[in-house]
Design a binder for this molecule. Structure first.
Ligand code: ATP
Ligand code: MG
Ligand code: FE
Length: 340
């Protein structure tokens, strides 16, 4: 079985050809970082338009890499939830058009389930059941994952996502976009204990919830004081490094603490992590230390499978095997309501 998987939920235009043994025959990711950089965040309408320009070249290049034509495929899979509505529509329309042209079946991908499935693809091991932690620019969620497509939400952020906080702190520190990688690079030369930022909700053992917007404000006050403008403050390289390291430490402690709580609550022994923030080295260290301490299994995919990509769309193989195909009426679901 060979599936073409398409991903366009946010600001990466991506396609991959995968097999039922989870072999990757071809994979292309066209990032839009350069387009959104000067706005300090993803601009939805710019993202949709860029997807329109890139989707066909990305699919063509993926098929070429894989050495296959449309006639060699057994299905077309596309992420139709959750994400930016305009972005989702581009991938879904492209997938439907290919299905109309070829008669191939259409398969839906839940983008968040795909992020966790990346752990199975990368490790080649059975990772379910597990607790799923998704930390990206748009999400900071914890799930009980009884199977690849059987997720129950346990909790998540009540305001900003972790990646969003990294991006905003990066911009407060005058670092390039996206802030996540830049903040973690700066943090490498800083002292994580130099500033004691708050760990919001970490001590609240009644809720599996995160809150990062207050932490972001604390960073702002640390730089410029209440009411001050961070853009007018000149920070030394060491000060940037210390703020970055201290902020990163606070985020990591919150994520590790709540992931541990979710593992205790479910009784599961395995944690699977997905999303761009999982590329963060300090977070990996924190999660590894916690897994070693409690004798638990931890799966974090390599960087290229943490940030948005279409290889993780191989989760569609599971639905293909069950014969779960969609009609050409299939809609997009921007919100989190349809996890199934
Ligand atoms: P979605 O939330 O819909 O999955 P997205 O494009 O925001 O979409 P990803 O591509 O998975 O999500 O991840 C991008 C996010 O990951 C950005 O916020 C980026 O700053 C963050 N990120 C990437 N590398 C690192 C890192 N080393 N440390 C911290 N954050 C990082
Ligand atoms: Mg992205
Ligand atoms: Fe994502």
């Amino acid at each position: 079985v060979r599936l073409l998987c398409i991903e366009s939920t946010c600001d990466e235009t991506a396609a991959a050809v995968v097999t039922d043994s989870l072999e990757v025959l071809g994979s292309v990711v066209a990032s839009q970082n350069a387009l959104h950089e000067r706005f300090g965040g993803v601009v939805p309408e710019i993202a949709s338009r860029a997807h329109v320009e890139r989707i066909l070249p990305v699919i063509d290049e993926t098929l070429r890499q894989a050495g296959v034509t449309l006639a060699d495929l057994d299905g077309v899979a596309v992420a139709n939830q959750p994400g930016l509505v305009g972005s989702l529509l581009v991938g879904v329309c492209a997938a439907k058009a290919l299905c109309v042209a070829t008669g191939l079946p259409l398969i839906a991908i839940n983008h968040l389930q795909a992020h966790i499935y990346a752990c199975k693809i990368a490790s080649g091991e059975e990772v379910f059941p597990c607790v799923g932690l998704i930390v990206s620019g748009g999400h900071s969620n914890l799930y009980r994952c009884d199977g690849p497509t059987d997720f129950t939400p346990l909790g998540g952020t009540i305001d900003d996502a972790a990646g969003e906080a990294f991006d905003k702190v990066g911009s407060l520190l005058g670092l390039p976009f996206p802030g996540g990688p830049a903040v973690s690079r700066a943090a490498a030369n800083g002292d994580p204990k130099s500033i004691r930022f708050p760990r919001p909700l970490l001590d609240d053992n009644t809720r599996l919830a995160f809150s990062f917007s207050g932490l972001k404000t604390a960073v702002r006050y640390e730089i410029a004081g209440p009411g001050g403008d961070p853009a007018t403050v000149e920070l030394s390289e060491q000060r940037v490094a210390d703020i970055a390291a201290s902020f990163q430490e606070a985020v990591v402690e919150c994520l590790v603490g709540k992931a541990e709580m979710a593992l205790r609550q479910t009784g599961f022994n395995t944690l699977c992590v997905g999303g761009g923030v999982a590329a963060n080295g300090r977070l990996r260290e924190g999660l590894e230390a916690s897994a070693a301490r409690h004798g638990r299994r931890l799966y974090i995919p390599p960087m290229s499978l943490c940030t948005d990509n279409a290889v993780m769309g191989a989760i569609a193989i599971e639905r293909f095997k069950e014969g779960k195909f969609e009609s050409l009426e299939m809609d997009v679901y921007p919100g989190l309501q349809r996890i199934g």
